[in-house]
Design a binder for this molecule. Sequence first.
Ligand SMILES: [Fe+2]
Length: 389
Amino acid sequence: MSTESLLELRKFVAPEFVFGPGAALLAGRYALNLGARRILLVTDAGVAMQPWFADILAALDATGIESIIFSEVSANPRDTEVMHGAAIVKERGCDAIIAVGGGSPMDCAKGIGIVSSNGGHITDYEGVDNVSVPCPPLICVPTTAGSSADVSQFAIISDTKRKVKIAIVSKTTVPDAALIDPMLTISMDHDLTANTGIDALTHAIEAYVSNAHGPVTDLFALEAVRRIAKHLPGAINTPNNIEDRSGMMLGSMYAGIAFSNAILGAVHAMAHSLGGLMDLPHGQCNAILLDHVINYNFDSEPERYTDIGVALGAHIEPSFTQEEKQKAVIEAIRDLKRMAGTTATLGSLGVQLKDLDRLAQFAMNDACMVTNPKTSTVEEIRAVFENAL
Ligand SMILES: [Fe+2]
């Protein structure tokens, strides 16, 4: 395994969390502890139809807290939706926010909190540490095993004017509590399980090779890779298997804790650019790009990528040349992609050669590019997009 210098200052941020079956039903008690009387409950239409959603609402009702439901959240949450939600918080006098959903409702809820406390427009807060006033109390109840917005200091919002996703990285977006209940993920369909699972894997890989990684994030990142490799096939193929669903939820949480503190890299920078242009599922964007970015980055962190290959279960002998190790790691990623059915190319989704300059330019401006292990030029990133076409 790669060695690590301990002679650097490191900060580590994580929320209070409860993990396990039934955690979601603690929403009422946690909201009460935070002094909430009237909450904005941010979700989406699909989640609001699930039978357990009514149970969460009932748990809130039982505490006497009033819930105002806001479910107008797109798969890639938009700046306009954030501003709409913030207007409701103001009009109705909400004193706390609860997000129940995947990354989209959770990121939207974070954005609503930022605008509620700080005013202005959500796009004013793009980048790292640009939010000055703390947000209203926020509880996140994740319903997918992927985005880990419930444990992260990230919010990703679509800027509808520029057609790009912006990354907001701020300690103020770390929830006050994450109630992580694997039972909620059983209702995910095949594609959502696959896309969100590959997203979680990408978080773990990018955190492990990030130039801001440290001994604490390494611990979570590598264990996340192991758990996701072990449990993703079962979660996809036998959706009701709670063992694999719990394994994926834990793996995703580990990956979230890792990437929230080590930040990400070129896969996410490029996926944000792509998702802004094409409005595709975030996990699918990552899946398309992951093996191509690893091929490009490999020589900057060969030992770390080899650790990842071993954690994925690839056959890698110590006597292998760097080239052989690279091939084995890439094959392990491609095997997992084939198993998950996430093998689309950019071309098959309608991306054209003429789009690549713009995609590469936006990716270069994304906050996640700063921690990519290889310092890149716009031409190099364009070439990686072209390989994925
Ligand atoms: Fe992601």
